[in-house]
Design a protein around this ligand. Structure first.
Ligand code: TRP
Length: 385
């Protein structure tokens, strides 16, 4: 029995800021993988967090936007196929233990270390905060470490922009454990499997899909919208006539096809070619028009989005149920985070009221100092009853 190895439960946790609806970049970059992991059943516990508190760190004046998008993101999860019976979906702000842990963790990280975080650096540059960076924004990697560590997370499926956050969580876990004793598990990131899924460019060919650039295809876009967006997509700028040889690398249309098109899609929508490699070879050689390739891409995307749209439609009619899923998920998440937080307090010896041993030790010391040995014996006897 004693020799039995202590098995660490396999826990998956990831999340999104509710700043807008989720798009197909989120889908290939993370949502699709989450659904696969859910259905493979390799985890003991799975959590997906709607990171409203993190979203508020640079949206203090936009609470309505964040509030409304908590529902939209929940709808996107459920439509993408996340099963609330298998995955605990919860709202960050409803798990107050996360903010308690954040405060303890703040004492384990230097300002200089925070300022080196490349993802935050990049975000600060893009948002142009200049001198007026909210403290909460600068510190969000610490709060994200709490999100991850509070659940004993072993795996964080996320994009490469989240790598610095997971690294910081590892460092904090390590620092805490070496200062106070083993409480936290050091998590690992799980990056998307293929290059095309790692960073889906915008429809305009810009490096990333982003709401502010207006270059996104949303999971909730209808068929006509998807057709229109695909029609106006950037392709190979040097491929002017169908007969010309074309380039498939750095060509957004082909990057999307790499992320979405299956051999079955070719069979149904482009039977002239058995698979993407064959279409790419023909496009490079010349003789394939962009209009036809785009028609195919639109068919592929709509085929992928159809079941997602159907599920969204159903859930949109049951908004109260969606909120109930979030509420139940948040209660469940809090119970787990509380367990871990209690262990952290105990390790830090700030478990004042629960630590009977310490209370007795301090009482004994004072009674001794007051030379009240009898009172002490009586006190001990009373404690036993
Ligand atoms: N930073 C993530 C994003 O911008 C959201 C997030 C918050 C998260 N907490 C997390 C992701 C914990 C993974 C794990 O999308």
């Amino acid at each position: 029995m004693e020799n039995e190895e202590k098995k660490i439960p396999q826990v998956m946790l990831t999340g999104d800021r509710p700043t807008g609806r989720l798009h197909i970049g989120h889908y290939v970059g993370s949502l699709r993988r989450r659904v696969e992991l859910q259905n493979q059943g390799g985890f003991d516990e799975m959590y997906i967090m709607i990171a409203d508190t993190q979203a508020l760190t640079d949206n203090a004046g936009n609470v309505t936007k964040i509030r409304d998008n908590v529902l939209e993101v929940a709808l996107d999860y459920l439509s993408a196929g996340i099963d609330p019976n298998k995955v605990t979906i919860f709202v960050q702000s409803r798990v107050p233990e996360l903010f308690e842990l954040t405060c303890y963790f703040m004492d384990l990280v230097t300002v200089a270390r925070l300022e080196r975080n490349p993802t935050v650096k990049n975000e600060l540059k893009m948002r142009g905060f200049e001198e007026s960076i909210p403290v909460g924004f600068q510190c969000y990697p610490i709060s994200q470490a709490a999100d991850i560590l509070a659940f004993g997370t072993t795996i964080v499926p996320a994009g490469e922009d989240q790598e610095p956050m997971v690294e910081q969580a590892q460092e904090i876990a390590h620092k805490f454990n070496s200062l106070y004793g083993e409480v936290f598990v050091e998590p690992k990131i799980m990056l998307p499997e293929n290059e095309a899924s790692r960073r889906l460019p915008g429809t305009d060919g810009k490096a990333k899909m982003s709401k502010s650039l207006g270059n996104c295809i949303y999971l909730s876009d209808d068929e006509a919208t998807v057709n229109k967006k695909v029609k106006s997509m950037f392709t190979d700028q040097t491929h002017l006539r169908a007969e010309d040889p074309g380039h498939t690398e750095n060509n957004p249309v082909f990057i999307y096809l790499e992320a979405f098109a299956t051999d079955d899609h070719f069979k149904r929508f482009y039977p002239e070619f058995p698979n993407l490699a064959a279409l790419e070879a023909a496009y490079r050689k010349g003789g394939i028009g962009d209009v036809r390739v785009k028609q195919f891409l639109a068919a592929v995307l709509n085929d992928t989005l159809n079941p997602i749209r159907a599920r969204r439609h159903e859930w949109e009619n049951k908004v109260a149920d969606v909120y109930q899923i979030l509420e139940q998920g948040s209660i469940k998440a809090e119970a787990k985070a509380k367990e871990v937080t209690i262990r952290a307090r105990r390790a830090m010896q700030i478990d004042y009221f629960e630590n009977r041993k310490n209370i007795e030790k301090q009482q004994k010391a004072y009674l001794k100092a007051h030379k009240q040995e009898e009172a002490y014996q009586a006190y001990l006897a009373k404690q036993k009853h």
